[in-house]
Design a protein around this ligand. Structure first.
Ligand code: SAH
Length: 331
């Protein structure tokens, strides 16, 4: 019997080490080159707002196939040579299999297992669909107290939890219904807290894009995807991607508590439109034959439309205190 977060951490470590995640799900950078390009230009502009630290670490957490970073660097080299010259590329990636893929696209990169292993100094960090892969805990309201879910075989077992984590008390509503489930993303919270603390000390900024609600609320979002279809989350540990929705408000609050400036969460559709998603997609489409041109416009719409990826996906910026709002987050 394992606590759900321990089960999820072990399952995802195996999953990312052994399977091709992109057979099971598709992410924004895999839909259109424009996503990575816009984030590259966001990084360059944010670097200017921070006073052009040189050198600066350009870091991506959970870079997958490295598509985002390859697109970002191409855009940066084309229009922001000063930033291109100052940046040192670092990736946070635990999967050896994905590191090998990343090495093909990004020569000269340095890898780290964890955020804490990065060298000191100011950084610009990008992460897309990274936090949703971090392990969560689930608590169930039973008789006015809390039980915690453990995994035994393919089923949940509830174990009384007399001493639940503080984050649960901070996020659960007072009128939590009997049998209601609260998810607690302790790992994501600790990761964001460490990131914010580092930004306060060393300078820099981070852009975290993920999917989930602005506020934490009762309900379960743990899901497994296999071959682009939902699968039972406990059935085949390591055989499917396990994710949970990211509730942004608790992450923003802990980053603020560490002294960082926080902007957002902002709906992805609004954010990307402000960065020029449709202008850039249209510009690229004009140089293409009809079919790929239509695909490029369709991908932009998929990222931005509220009933598709535009609203559920959100961006959160964590910035050195005193810096101006980064691009897209201006009031
Ligand atoms: N950002 C990419 C990939 C998202 S998939 C995209 O948008 O396409 C999640 C990525 O996070 C994978 O690269 C996976 O190997 C990595 N990852 C998952 N858990 C991790 C952890 N605990 N530490 C570091 N990397 C992790």
């Amino acid at each position: 019997m394992r606590r759900l977060d321990h089960f999820m951490a072990a399952a995802n470590a195996r999953y990312y080490a052994e399977r091709d995640p992109f057979a099971d799900f598709i992410t924004a950078p895999e839909l259109t080159q424009v996503f990575g390009e816009l984030l590259g230009l966001w990084a360059a502009e944010t670097w200017r707002l921070l006073g052009r630290p040189d050198p600066v670490l350009l870091v991506e957490a959970g870079p997958g196939r490295a598509t985002l970073m390859a697109d970002a660097l191409r855009a940066v080299r084309a229009v922001a040579g000063d930033f291109a010259g100052a940046l040192r590329l670092h990736l946070i990636e635990t999967s050896p299999r994905l590191r090998a893929l990343q090495a093909e696209k990004l020569p000269g990169v340095t890898w780290h297992e964890t955020l804490a292993a990065l060298p000191p100094g100011p950084l610009i960090l990008l992460a897309n669909e990274f936090l949703d892969a971090l392990p969560i805990r689930q608590f169930v309201r039973r008789g006015g107290a809390w039980s915690e879910r453990y995994v035994a075989g393919e089923a949940f077992v509830e174990v009384a939890c007399p001493d639940p984590p503080a984050l649960l008390a901070e996020t659960a509503p007072p009128d939590m219904p009997e049998g209601g489930v609260m998810e607690v993303a302790e790992a994501a919270r600790d990761w964001v807290a460490a990131l914010a603390a580092r930004i306060v000390v060393h300078g820099g900024a981070a852009l975290l894009i993920d999917y989930g609600p602005a506020q934490a609320a009762p309900g379960e979002s743990l899901q497994a995807l296999r071959d682009r279809r939902p699968a039972p989350p406990l059935a085949d540990p390591g055989g499917a991607d396990l994710t949970a929705h990211v509730a942004f408000a608790p992450l923003a609050a802990c980053a603020r508590a560490r002294g960082a400036a926080v902007f957002g969460p902002l709906a992805q559709g609004v954010f990307l439109a402000r960065l020029g998603l449709f202008q850039r997609s249209g510009q690229l489409a004009r140089g293409l034959p009809p079919k790929p041109a239509a695909a490029l416009i369709a991908a932009a719409q998929r990222l931005a439309e509220p009933d598709r990826m535009g609203l559920l996906f959100k961006g959160l910026a964590i910035v050195h205190p005193g810096a101006s709002p980064p691009p897209g987050f201006e009031m």
